[in-house]
Design a binder for this molecule. Structure first.
Ligand SMILES: [Zn+2]
Ligand SMILES: [Zn+2]
Length: 365
């Protein structure tokens, strides 16, 4: 269910969901029903290399849940997985990663790097599917946190039983490495950071038993991406599609693990002497500008400015007087596990931020 904060509407849903059209284990209709039962306002499906569900006319409301359909592209070596929404079709298989990133840009599609920082090497049967070249970064977004990847990253022969028995305990949060890359990119331009499920509901064998780690239901009750809209989500599919993709392009989003608390109550905004900016927004003035954070429960809060931690505290709220131009974002953690991470709010003009960065380059940690 959406939540209204002031003039804004907050929706939460799940991005990156597979169906039987590729290697998922349920049909889109079955998955959409589970999504609706779990309270997802939207589901963004992305099967491997196919838009068959979209072509079959399955986008639209399934009950109260809005279903939008893109696909997941990969290169011939099965690396550089890339979520593509709003594209005219599936790009040719033989394109390399530069080519399909450029094609998505050219077509005005919405392209998101999928699980870019997989680095696992502990179990030969589960190779990493990483983003091989970070200079190939002309993308609209990055999966900062991918539930399936994180689980696989932490899987070892020794912890296998525990990991399969209670998979959600394996969820910690995005890595510092991927946060840093994302901050760097956002100092150049907007690039949305999302949490995603990568839901397949794979069966995994353990001795004589087969477990379904992360049934769809478990995914939908864990990592969410929240979108902030200036108006309620339309009942008209065309309009709703533009609202969702528009919010992602505009970085009006935050990610959460809803298992750790009511993330819909989270607010992060900036106020100037006469204006206000939400996540994804910008305020030109630096003096007299404050950042405000509101949470349902106390958490370990981290305020990050221009890629550097500028304040850490434990609280359910924070009001902070901005001291310099920059891009600001928030992380909220509980007992060492990430609960919420926001996208950035920009304070000051682009050139002011650039000159501040230049002046402080040599003092970086
Ligand atoms: Zn993938
Ligand atoms: Zn996937």
């Amino acid at each position: 269910m959406p939540r209204q904060h002031g003039d804004w509407w907050y929706y939460s849903g799940v991005i990156h969901v597979h169906t039987t059209e590729s290697d998922g284990t349920k049909t889109l209709e079955e998955v959409a029903k589970i999504g609706e039962d779990c309270g997802c306002d939207f589901l963004l499906f992305a099967d491997h290399m196919t838009l068959s569900n979209r072509e079959a006319g399955k986008e639209g409301y399934h009950g109260r849940c809005l279903v939008l359909i893109g696909y997941e592209h990969n290169d011939v070596e099965d690396k550089n997985h890339f979520l593509v929404f709003d594209s005219p079709g599936v790009y040719p298989n033989e394109m390399n990663a530069y080519e399909y990133v450029a094609a998505a840009r050219r077509d005005g599609a919405l392209g998101i790097m999928a699980h870019p920082d997989e680095v696992r090497d502990r179990m030969a049967q589960y190779p990493p599917y990483e983003w091989t070249d970070w200079s190939n970064d002309d993308v609209d977004g990055i999966e900062l946190w991918n539930q399936m990847s994180e689980w696989m990253e932490r899987l070892t022969k020794a912890n296998r039983v525990v990991m399969i028995w209670s998979p959600r305990k394996s969820m910690y949060g995005p890595t510092e490495r991927v946060f840093r890359k994302w901050d760097e990119l956002n100092l150049q331009r907007k690039c949305v950071g999302i949490a995603s499920a990568d839901a397949h509901a794979f069966p995994v064998g353990l001795g004589p038993f087969t477990f379904r780690i992360f049934p769809y239901k478990t995914h939908f009750r864990t990592l969410r991406t929240h979108l902030i809209l200036p108006e309620p989500l339309s009942t008209d599919l065309e309009v709703a599609r533009r609202q969702v993709y528009g919010a992602l392009r505009d970085c009006r989003a935050f990610g959460s693990n809803i298992r750790w608390g009511d993330a819909d109550a989270f607010e992060f905004y900036a106020t100037g002497s006469s204006s206000k900016a939400m996540i994804g927004g910008q305020l030109d003035e630096v003096d007299n500008t404050h950042l405000h954070i509101r949470l349902a429960d106390p958490a370990d809060l981290k305020l990050v400015g221009n890629g550097r931690t500028i304040l850490e505290t434990t609280s359910d709220h924070l009001d902070f007087a901005v001291e310099h131009p920059g891009i600001y974002r928030v992380e909220a953690w509980k007992k060492g596990r990430c609960w919420i991470f926001s996208n950035h709010i920009r304070i000051g003009s682009r050139s002011e931020i650039d000159s501040w960065m230049k002046a402080h380059e040599n003092r970086s940690s």
